[in-house]
Write a new protein. Structure first.
Length: 340
């Protein structure tokens, strides 16, 4: 497998120059390996003419002296064209999520992300195959059968990837996801006990976890809800239902709800970092500025890098609970603990 450290040209609607993204706030740099996995045990649930194929991106923490710096496109031409077409109608710029993964890797975690074909906008494979999305309804509070189906498919994908990694019950496996990915975290944990802790970053909750919760008194599963400013269990019915279900199923578990002042749903995307690196935040449309919020992306991910790494290490039993997880912090005054 090829491992590299890289800089990123920003393509498409944002800018067509080359910039170097900031390093993560942790002590490590990160390497990137991209590869394909094929699940030979099942046909693709969205297209039964072929086996289920996934594209995987793996970020490994490494020392700075092990890095060789290269330049790589932020989007391939096919992906950039598809995202432009999809998002132009809403006046949104292209979105991607590499920087947040590098941030978590910089704190010593191996981070693996999965591209789910037919669910996400576009997935490109090494043989040139391009699979477009559109098979899943937009996740809303009134979820459809296609949304519930997509959650189960994502959970199967996660279990398959863990199988290929040789993961066993009791290994150090945790999971986080943003938006619909946050709901997929909970469903994956419900279906696969190898995942020891989870985080939902600002996503509506769906699926059987709203009634079943996670774990039990003898096998508790820690879970954190992390919302944007104004999105919490008092404003999102699904979060309230999930919180209640956790309370009934996880009497010995760990559950907390956090928020960041001045954050928005898109604050957790790379876009919030890219616009500051390129110096174009003020040039964005009102829609895009509303989408990412006023808090700089580097600050959002410095905060999440610290909190998520502290939470995961605590949940895995590696360290005691960090003080920042217990209450207000002078270092991160924009963070509030709403419940737990």
């Amino acid at each position: 497998m090829r491992m590299l450290c890289y800089t990123t040209p920003l393509l498409g609607l944002v800018v067509s120059a080359t910039f170097t993204l900031p390093q993560g706030s942790g002590p490590y740099h990160s390497s990137l390996t991209i590869y394909e996995l094929t699940d030979t045990s099942r046909l693709d649930p969205f297209n039964a003419t072929h086996l289920r194929r996934l594209m995987i991106s793996r970020f490994d923490p490494i020392l700075a002296e092990q890095c060789s710096l290269i330049t790589t496109p932020y989007f391939s031409p096919a992906t950039a064209a598809e995202e432009n077409q999809i998002l132009a109608e809403y006046d949104y710029p292209p979105i991607f999520d590499d920087f947040n993964l590098e941030e978590i890797a910089s704190h010593g975690f191996v981070v693996i992300t999965i591209d789910h074909p037919y669910d996400v906008d576009v997935v490109e494979f090494p043989d040139g195959t391009v699979i477009y999305g559109g098979r899943v309804d937009k996740p809303t509070a009134n979820s459809s059968a296609s949304v519930e189906h997509a959650l189960e498919v994502r959970a199967r994908d996660v279990s398959f990837v863990l199988d290929t990694l040789g993961s066993k019950l009791g290994d150090d496996v945790v999971m986080f996801g943003h938006s619909f990915g946050g709901a997929a975290v909970a469903t994956s944990m419900l279906r696969d006990r190898r995942i020891s802790a989870g985080v939902n970053l600002d996503g509506i909750m769906f699926g059987p976890v709203l009634q079943l919760g996670l774990g039990n008194a003898s096998l508790p599963w820690p879970f954190v809800l992390w919302g944007s400013d104004g999105h919490d269990s008092s404003t999102d019915e699904s979060w309230g239902l999930f919180w209640s279900a956790l309370g009934s199923s996880m009497s010995a578990g760990y559950r907390k709800e956090f928020t960041i002042t001045d954050s928005a749903h898109g604050s957790y995307w790379d876009l919030n970092v890219l616009v500051d690196v390129a110096g174009i935040r003020e040039e964005l449309s009102e829609t895009a500025q509303w989408l990412i919020g006023p808090l700089p992306g580097s600050r959002v991910w410095e905060t999440l890098g610290r909190y998520l790494s502290s939470y995961f290490l605590f949940a895995l039993g590696k360290v005691p609970e960090d003080g920042i997880l217990k209450g207000p912090s002078d270092e991160f005054p924009e963070v509030s603990i709403l419940r737990g």
